[in-house]
Design a protein around this ligand. Structure first.
Ligand SMILES: Cc1cc2nc3c(=O)[nH]c(=O)nc-3n(C[C@H](O)[C@H](O)[C@H](O)COP(=O)(O)OP(=O)(O)OC[C@H]3O[C@@H](n4cnc5c(N)ncnc54)[C@H](O)[C@@H]3O)c2cc1C
Length: 410
């Protein structure tokens, strides 16, 4: 029986999956999973989708059944915040002052919504979306109907807008970019998503930022930088997230765009690991540090960090992946494309069933399948192969994607 204590700070997807992995790998020391929220660990994607719309139960959002933690002797401490890490003494301080010693520590503090600094941002009726508690409040607002102004056309804003529209609200989306997510995917995909929202009756005010929230006590309208005034009953802000790094900074752990880690997900302080939204980890395939703010990264990196804590040989090199659902448009994206030369489409772009490939120097660096399924492995294999591919063959739906990846053994 191990005498060791492994502490995990942040009881969400990455943390819960790490705790599970420790037990599955036979670690029989103490596992303490500490989280600020009152809930046991849950997944956030349903909070802008089915759970927000009242189409799925709360229970479906949880990572594990209620008795999982007790059954696996994982000490889950909810409504508890770690306020400090003493790296010399190998202990953490909890709110209330209690101290807990650790042998290894995993940081999975995730991220928090960036706050608007616009004039009037302190008015009532302005919401952010991160937690189940946020979602429950917004479910109430949606049930009242009316008009909502959504600030930010990123994934959170866009998914919230789609759900609100599906529930019959009048929805206006405001974003300074010409089309949604233009900086990440370029104009073609951005235009596709803009049109999806317009077709569903959303007013898209693009190419204009937010100037101010206005109202007497509570927001009643928003004013854009182009001078447009949008009347609303409430507003939702989705303007990106910031990794939670304060604890690490105070403890002297290296932080730069997240908590910096090597490919074993170990931070600059030996014995302290990081996973999920908070991690800016060295990626062996991309040969640089990357921070990924998506579900699949938390799901897989948590267990990866757990294995590293157990001393296993870990080199976390998964190709980043995420998904989004808006109305009847489902998509998956793989890759990490920071620059590209062209975007090549396969399938029916107008009809909304296609795969887009981002090409740099003739190589696939990103792929998005929209309402086309079971192609993800092929897309990732193309990215991983780093092969130059024939754009015509990529466009041709009769050429199986798998056939474009040369057999490395051949
Ligand atoms: C509404 C919403 C919808 C999303 N939809 C998608 C989607 O469709 N597809 C997709 O790929 N991704 C989606 N994501 C992103 C995905 O949910 C995140 O990448 C994922 O939640 C990251 O998990 P995490 O465990 O790293 O951190 P988080 O989920 O942020 O959890 C961190 C936890 O740590 C706790 N904590 C922080 N500091 C402390 C402390 N000092 N002490 C104790 N506890 C602490 C926090 O309270 C929090 O519970 C969505 C996110 C949101 C918010």
């Amino acid at each position: 029986m191990s005498e060791q204590t492994f502490i995990i700070v942040g009881a969400s997807l990455a943390g819960a999956k790490a705790a599970q992995e420790l037990r599955e790998r036979g670690f029989d020391g103490r596992v303490v999973l500490i989280g600020t929220e009152p809930e046991r660990p849950y997944e956030r994607p349903p909070l802008t989708k089915d759970y927000l719309r009242g189409e799925s139960d709360r229970d479906k959002a949880y990572v594990h059944a209620a008795d999982f933690y007790e059954q696996h002797e994982i000490e889950l401490m909810t409504e508890t915040t770690v306020t400090a890490i003493d790296t010399d003494g190998s202990q953490v301080t909890l709110d209330g002052g209690r101290e807990l010693g650790y042998d290894k520590l995993l940081l999975t503090m995730g991220s928090e919504p960036r706050r608007s600094s616009a004039s009037g941002a302190e008015l009532d009726g302005i919401y952010y979306m991160r937690t189940l508690a946020d979602c429950d409040v917004l479910r109430g607002r949606l049930a009242d109907g009316g008009r909502v102004a959504v600030v930010g056309a990123g994934w959170i804003g866009s998914e919230f807008a789609a759900s609100a529209r599906q529930l019959g609200l009048e929805v206006t989306v405001i974003d300074p970019l010409a089309v949604p997510n233009e900086q990440i995917f370029g104009a073609e995909i951005g235009t596709f998503y803009r049109d999806v929202h317009v077709q569903h009756g959303v007013e898209m005010l693009l190419g204009q930022g937010l100037e101010a929230f206005e109202g007497d006590g509570a927001v009643a309208r928003v004013r854009t930088t182009a001078g447009k005034v949008v009347e609303c009953d409430f507003a939702v802000v989705g303007i990106g997230i910031t990794p939670r790094t304060g604890l690490a900074v105070d403890a002297g752990i290296t932080v730069e765009n997240g908590i910096v880690a090597n490919e074993r997900l170990e931070t600059s302080t030996p014995g302290i690991f990081v996973a999920g939204d908070a991690a800016n980890a060295w990626h062996p395939f991309y040969e640089r540090h990357i921070r990924v703010e998506h579900w699949a990264n938390a799901l897989n990196q948590g267990p990866g960090a757990a294995r590293a804590m157990l001393g296993e040989d870990v080199s976390y090199d998964r190709i980043p992946y995420f998904f989004s659902d808006q109305y009847d448009v489902g998509m998956e994206y793989s890759g990490y494309a920071t620059s590209w030369d062209e975007v090549v489409f396969r399938g029916d772009r107008e009809g909304g069933e296609f795969i887009a490939f981002w090409l740099a120097d003739g190589r696939v660096v990103g792929g998005m399948n929209v309402n086309v399924w079971d192609v993800n492995e092929d897309v990732q294999a193309l990215i991983r192969s780093r092969q130059v591919v024939d754009a015509e063959a990529l466009r041709d739906p009769d050429t199986p994607l798998g056939s474009l990846v040369a057999d490395p053994a051949a």
